[in-house]
Design a protein around this ligand. Structure first.
Ligand SMILES: Cc1cc2nc3c(=O)[nH]c(=O)nc-3n(C[C@H](O)[C@H](O)[C@H](O)COP(=O)(O)OP(=O)(O)OC[C@H]3O[C@@H](n4cnc5c(N)ncnc54)[C@H](O)[C@@H]3O)c2cc1C
Ligand code: SF4
Ligand code: SF4
Length: 414
């Protein structure tokens, strides 16, 4: 397993006109795409707010602005149904299942059912790809993430599970291309969208990364969010050996392992609901695609929830939603099932509104939120093909007014 470009520290400085617009609107997702495309000109650094942000470190080559305009998910995001079932809320897809890894250890360690890790095992073992770009804890800072390239499923115990901390996987693009192997990529929906846009412009990248996998994403908390979680657990960073945000059960507890081997932990409801969700970046609050519409396969929690979106159980055997969005995704999921890597059961998409209330309500309120920001002259991403008008109508006038006013107040306070 190879670590790629650990994040640097420092403050963001002025950059290209488009990156200035992203910065002015606080629209950066932290994907690292601009830095991966122009590594001599742009580097990702941790901002004072605790998120990875691009900093211009050299002159941009001719044509760079057009490339950034077409690929940065802070500026725009386009979804094309291209003949697939286009659910107004959940986007284009071909097949929906619930599923889990057939490997009991992967199922246990995974964030939900370990289905993503099961699919990755199939991709490697069957030779569809030769390596995987994914995420793991940073050994130098167990609360933070690093991007890794794995070519052996024996590494998956380290990479499985959701890590609610910033990651910039596309910063690794030069290393991925230099590596020369055919890879699958796992990233947040905004990472997947940026990569798909980059692939559409560059056949080299399309050849190097033929498979994109993602997961539903409710938002990324800052490094300060991680620090607040550690403080809530009563743990000093000096005593911290390892940290798991989730997994080892479903949903699994946020667990700090100390240097003396003892553990302190907190439920998913408390760690996410009371601490981490309060540190999510602005771009996530106006995210039109938290469900990985650009990915071949996307996984999520397939659980029964209360009104706030928290599971109705303490711990259960994990179960992932597995959504094949493309023909390739469907072939891979079916292939993984045939190879005995994952179990799949047909899923009724009508259930998704109920089990993903966070995603549902964010999409429904988005048009009103964007309107408030536009009214204040704040930059917002240009969303195309995301059915925002249709889902906004589902919100009803009262909620739309509430979403509009809430965003207006927050934006004026910022
Ligand atoms: C920030 C964040 C927000 C999420 N929000 C939601 C949500 O609103 N609703 C929902 O249903 N699910 C959400 N999830 C996804 C969910 O927790 C599971 O990842 C998903 O159910 C798949 O589980 P699995 O067991 O199949 O995946 P696993 O087998 O556990 O595999 C997870 C994969 O994701 C990668 N990964 C983990 N964290 C990151 C990260 N920060 N950046 C990039 N890659 C990463 C891992 O390296 C691994 O490859 C979120 C995950 C994250 C990281
Ligand atoms: S969203 Fe991604 S591509 Fe856009 S500025 Fe941020 S890191 Fe760069
Ligand atoms: S909520 Fe949207 S913008 Fe934020 S990290 Fe997730 S996919 Fe990216």
């Amino acid at each position: 397993m190879k670590t790629i470009r650990p994040p640097l520290s420092g403050d963001a400085a002025g950059t290209s006109d488009l990156l200035k617009r992203v910065s002015r609107g606080d629209l950066c997702t932290g994907c690292g795409g601009c830095a991966g495309l122009f590594p001599d000109a742009i580097a990702m650094r941790r901002s004072t707010a605790g998120f990875p942000r691009p900093v211009q470190v050299g002159p941009l080559p001719v044509g760079a602005e057009a490339t950034i305009a077409a690929t940065c998910p802070g500026l725009s995001l386009t979804v094309e149904a291209a003949g697939r079932t286009d659910d107004p809320m959940w986007g284009p897809y071909r097949r929906a299942w619930t599923g889990w890894s057939a490997d009991a250890d992967q199922r246990f360690r995974g964030a939900s059912g370990g289905a993503l890790t099961g699919v990755l095992t199939h991709l490697l073992r069957s030779g569809v790809v030769q390596a995987i770009v994914q995420n793991a804890a940073d050994p130098a800072d167990p609360m933070a993430n690093r991007t890794v390239v794995t070519d052996d499923p024996a590494c998956f115990p380290v990479t499985a599970g959701s890590r609610y901390a910033p990651s910039s996987p596309l910063e690794a693009l030069p290393d991925i291309l230099a590596d020369g192997r055919r890879m699958a990529f796992v990233g947040k929906p905004c990472d997947a969208a940026a990569l798909a846009a980059i692939r559409a412009r560059d056949p080299k990248v399309a050849r190097a990364i033929p498979v994109i996998l993602s997961f539903f994403c409710g938002g990324v908390p800052s490094a300060q969010g991680g620090a607040a979680l550690l403080a809530a657990l009563g743990v000093s960073s000096d005593d911290l050996a390892r940290f798991r945000y989730r997994g080892n059960g479903w949903p699994g507890r946020a667990t700090a392992t100390l240097t003396d081997g003892s553990e302190r932990s907190m439920s998913y409801r408390d760690s996410w609901g009371q601490v981490l969700s309060r540190h999510v970046q602005h771009r996530c609050k106006i995210c039109a695609d938290g469900t990985g519409m650009a990915a071949d396969i996307v996984c999520a929690d397939a659980w029964e929830v209360d009104d706030a979106g928290y599971p109705l159980f303490e711990e259960e055997a994990g179960r992932s939603l597995v959504l094949a969005r493309t023909v390739l995704g469907e072939q891979i999921a079916r292939g993984a099932e045939r190879a005995g890597r994952i179990y799949l059961e047909t899923f009724d998409m009508a259930q998704l509104m109920r089990i993903q209330p966070g995603q549902r309500d964010r999409r429904r309120g988005l048009r009103a939120r964007l309107l408030a920001l536009r009214l204040l002259g704040r930059p917002v991403p240009a969303y195309r093909g995301l059915n925002l008008r249709a889902v906004g109508r589902q919100n009803g006038p009262v909620r739309n007014i509430r979403n509009f006013m809430g965003t207006l107040k927050r934006a004026l306070r910022r």
